[in-house]
Design a protein around this ligand. Structure first.
Ligand SMILES: [Zn+2]
Length: 283
């Protein structure tokens, strides 16, 4: 993961006040215009008339850091705050939170921006020794509809094909996976060893074919899952697979998934576990 430092020089957006972070607040730029990418947003923050900022802006190509994490940004100020935020953050949450803007420019690849954000967030949580309970939507702090794809069902359905609650839960799960599953992402070791993955959701048998929760299995095996919101297609390790969406979870046949991962898959329904192992011919 690469972070590009491009610190603001606009004192109205970067007051230079030192803070001690207690949490991370997730935003979206709400700007779907082509070209409204991370650098464009950073330049907007740096205009002398702008009194707004965030520590990081993420698009599909880069992560830009606008100011150090221990300096205050103006990303979550409001006339009033939710009680939970007042209790767990402060009476002025700008003074103890790290702000991250997710870009939704029409000419950017949303899934790539999403992946980069997950990486960045897990990197930050690791640094502070925090769990995903330190993650806030802007909405959780002030009630603002931000990021809308984690707040309103209409936007969540458009971007993720699931409800807003589920989309936010999935985001936290994706971050959590990077926090905890390091041991499983040893790709070079995979073909020779068997790994067991406990499933958060169980698989299902349909007309004699075993279907497994795609993301849990693929990512548990160190595979890369990409979701294209435009074609609604899902790729595992660059290979298109047939995904069936049931209650917000994508399922793929065990055979197809194993082929994409170049592994054999055995599903133990009773233990809600998948065992993946190499085909023995690889060395
Ligand atoms: Zn926001």
């Amino acid at each position: 993961m690469r972070i590009t430092d491009c610190f603001l020089t606009n004192p109205n957006a970067r007051p230079g006040k030192t803070i001690r972070p207690k949490g991370v607040v997730i935003h979206w730029t709400a700007n779907k215009t082509s070209g409204a990418n991370a650098m464009a947003n950073r330049n907007y923050f740096n205009k002398p008339t702008t009194i707004a900022s965030a520590h990081y802006i993420v698009d599909d190509r880069q992560i830009i850091r606008c100011l150090p994490e221990n300096e205050m940004a103006y990303h979550v100020g409001a006339k009033s705050y939710k009680q939970d935020a007042l209790n767990r953050l402060s009476s002025y949450p700008n003074n103890c939170t790290i702000g991250i803007e997710m870009c939704v420019n029409a000419d950017g690849r949303f899934s790539e921006m999403y992946r980069k954000t997950v990486e960045l967030v897990s990197h930050i949580l690791k640094q502070y020794g925090w769990g995903v309970d330190k993650l806030w939507r802007h909405f959780d702090v002030t009630g603002k509809n931000c990021p809308a794809f984690f707040v309103t069902n209409q936007e969540a359905l458009a971007y993720f094909g699931v409800t807003a609650v589920m989309a936010w839960e999935n985001f936290k799960k994706d971050v959590q996976r990077l926090l905890t599953d390091d041991s499983l992402v040893r790709e070079d070791a995979l073909p020779r060893c068997a790994i067991q993955i406990e499933l958060p959701e169980t698989g299902a048998l349909h007309e004699g074919v075993a279907y497994l929760p795609l993301r849990a299995v693929a990512e548990g095996a160190g595979g890369k899952v990409e979701w294209d919101p435009l074609t609604k297609g899902v790729k595992v390790n660059g290979r298109e697979v047939t995904a069936h969406n049931v209650n917000g979870i994508s399922y793929t046949s065990a055979r197809e998934l194993a082929e994409a991962l170049k592994l054999q898959a055995t599903w133990d329904a009773e233990r809600k576990t998948v065992i993946l192992h190499g085909n023995g011919k690889r060395n």
